[in-house]
Design a protein. Structure first.
Length: 271
């Protein structure tokens, strides 16, 4: 009985003022180093080419994970008398208590660690989760932050990767596909449409010439749907590029006497 009491009391080391100062210093140093990286890396990345910018931005979540592990490994021996028996005792007691208290947070945190290694999204990627589409601007332990086209910042917990599909538009590359759609009258000839829209894409100042331009058509009930697919040179130009393709493509089709139509609303019938 005395031996058991001795082992139990030796789970924790004797704490002094100097011990608390050391713990605080480790936490402070890791926090300041992370904040320095979080401030410096995005600003340096802005001056790099698109491919290298994405690689630099992905250093931030990895650095946070490493700093957290360093702090944990450094602080644990200061608080606990690290032996195998004490480790099992503390892990079992604390694990059960925290499991109920922070179940949702822990689920998101584990998903965040998985996301760092499986990489369904990275900093700088353009992703869609549910109804939210935007650029990944920060990856935290629990959540990922997106900046949408409307300049809103949306915070999404990592745990959604367990239950939802993650659509990644560029998947770490420097460009992504943009699509401009047109509906043309089904009773007119489609001759020339491919050449017209291909020329529209090739004369855009945003075009990445190293990637292909495609025009895809298929029939619908009330129109022929035409989709112009091309890649911008810079990720952040995607909305300007799509607008440029849409406006100039529409004008080019009209000037070529190709009628642009719209599908009737649900529940109506054509005249």
């Amino acid at each position: 009985m005395n031996a058991e009491n001795y082992d139990l009391t030796r789970v924790f080391n004797e704490m002094s003022g100097w011990t608390f100062m050391q713990i605080a210093l480790v936490i402070l140093l890791c926090f300041l180093l992370y904040q320095l990286l979080r401030y410096t890396v995005p600003r340096v990345a802005e001056h790099l080419p698109a491919r290298f910018r994405l690689l630099a931005l992905n250093l931030i979540p990895l650095a946070r994970l490493i700093l957290f592990a360093v702090a944990l490994v450094t602080i644990t021996p200061m608080i606990f008398n690290v032996t195998l028996k004490n480790f099992v005792l503390v892990l079992g007691t604390v694990g059960v208590a925290l499991g109920f208290a922070i179940k949702d947070w822990a689920t998101s945190a584990v998903a965040g660690i998985v996301a760092i290694f499986e990489r369904p999204y990275r900093s700088g990627d353009w992703i869609r989760i549910g109804d939210d589409y935007g650029e990944v601007i920060d990856i935290h332990t629990r959540s990922v932050k997106l900046r949408t086209a409307d300049d809103d910042v949306v915070t999404i917990p990592h745990s959604r990767i367990w239950s939802e599909n993650i659509s990644n538009a560029n998947d770490g590359s420097k460009t992504l596909m943009c699509i401009a759609e047109f509906l043309v009258a089904p009773d007119r000839s489609t001759a020339g449409i491919i050449d017209i829209l291909t020329d529209v894409a090739h004369t855009s100042p945003y075009l990445d010439w190293s990637r292909p331009v495609k025009v895809i058509m298929h029939n619908e009930v009330y129109a022929t749907r035409v989709r112009l697919k091309a890649y911008p040179f810079e990720l952040r130009d995607q909305f300007n590029f799509a607008t440029d393709l849409t406006t100039r493509g529409r004008d080019a089709l009209i000037n070529a006497d190709i009628k642009i139509v719209s599908t009737p609303e649900f529940g109506t019938t054509p005249n």
